[in-house]
Every structure is written in structure tokens, then in C-alpha cells.
Design a protein around this ligand. Structure first.
Ligand code: 5GP
Ligand code: ZN
Length: 135
């Protein structure tokens, strides 16, 4: 399979790894948004969160939390953003699931860009009512 992250996991191409266990690997993003920008990746080839089984998802996000704490402490970050791009419309470029941990340093590149969306009157209630998420 022609997947850049599978190749990193297999050791076929290099990456600056910061963590590895049986389920996940974490390495520095080659095109960093900040110093220490890290990607946490399940070893299993899964397209994104929309196709992820619960066990993989649980393991991935528990590891994201642990790695985030380590990054904050080791790099003296003041905070961090955690992001995941799922599908092209959300900016996904590499179609092997991964979570971005982006350390933030006070006074440096600390703004997380948000696209604004203004709800129409009653639209928030309409959306919430329509969703009715059930597991
Ligand atoms: P996304 O799919 O979430 O938009 O972004 C994929 C991320 O993977 C990008 O931030 C990009 O810089 C990173 N990336 C792509 N190819 C490589 C690579 O070969 N090595 C590393 N370390 N990061 C990569
Ligand atoms: Zn893959």
C-alpha cells in the first residue's frame, strides 16, 4: 500500500520518533506549525476517525493525552492544540489517521485559526434537536 505513514511505521522511511508502543507511534511533523509539533498515529492503517474501531480510538486518545502532557512538560510549552483532520474537506492530506499535537508558547504563534460561522435565529436548537446522538 502506498501510504507514507505505513512506511514510517515499517521503518522504510525515516521519522523523528518520540514515542512507540504496540499500538501507536508518535513522531515530529516534518512541516511543523510550532516547535515540537507531533503526530500520533495508530499503527493499523485506518483512513481516519470515521472508520476507527472503539478500541483503537480509545488507545489512540489515551496516548495522545500522555504524549501531550510529556510535550508540554519537556518543551516548556504554555499550552497546546490537539487537532485531527478527517477527510479532504477538513484538510486531511495523509489518509492514514493521525492526531496533531501542536505546542503553543506564550506570545509566539498562539492563535488557533477559527473560521467563523454565524447561526441564524433558532438554528442552534434545530441542529441540536436533529442530531440526537445515540451510541
Ligand atoms: P493532515 O493530513 O492532517 O492535513 O496533515 C498531514 C501531516 O503530515 C502534515 O502536517 C505533514 O507535514 C505531515 N507529513 C506528511 N508527510 C510526512 C513525512 O513524511 N514525515 C513527517 N514527519 N510528517 C509528514
Ligand atoms: Zn497507512
Amino acid at each position: 500500500m502506498d501510504c507514507i505513514f505505513c512506511k514510517i511505521i515499517a521503518g522504510e522511511i525515516p521519522a523523528t520518533k518520540v514515542y512507540e508502543d504496540e499500538g501507536v507511534v508518535a513522531f515530529l511533523d516534518i512541516s511543523a506549525n510550532s516547535r515540537g509539533h507531533t503526530l500520533v498515529v495508530p499503527k493499523q492503517h485506518i483512513r481516519n476517525i470515521l472508520e476507527m474501531d472503539d478500541a483503537t480510538c480509545t488507545d489512540l486518545f489515551v496516548k495522545v493525552k500522555k504524549i501531550a502532557v510529556a510535550i508540554k512538560n519537556n518543551l516548556n510549552a504554555d499550552g497546546l492544540n490537539i487537532a485531527m483532520n478527517n477527510e479532504k474537506s477538513a484538510g486531511q492530506i495523509v489518509f492514514h489517521a493521525h492526531v496533531h499535537i501542536i505546542p503553543r508558547y506564550a506570545g509566539v504563534n498562539e492563535i488557533f485559526n477559527r473560521t467563523k460561522y454565524t447561526y441564524k435565529e433558532g438554528e442552534m436548537e434545530e441542529i441540536a434537536n436533529g442530531l440526537r446522538v445515540k451510541f
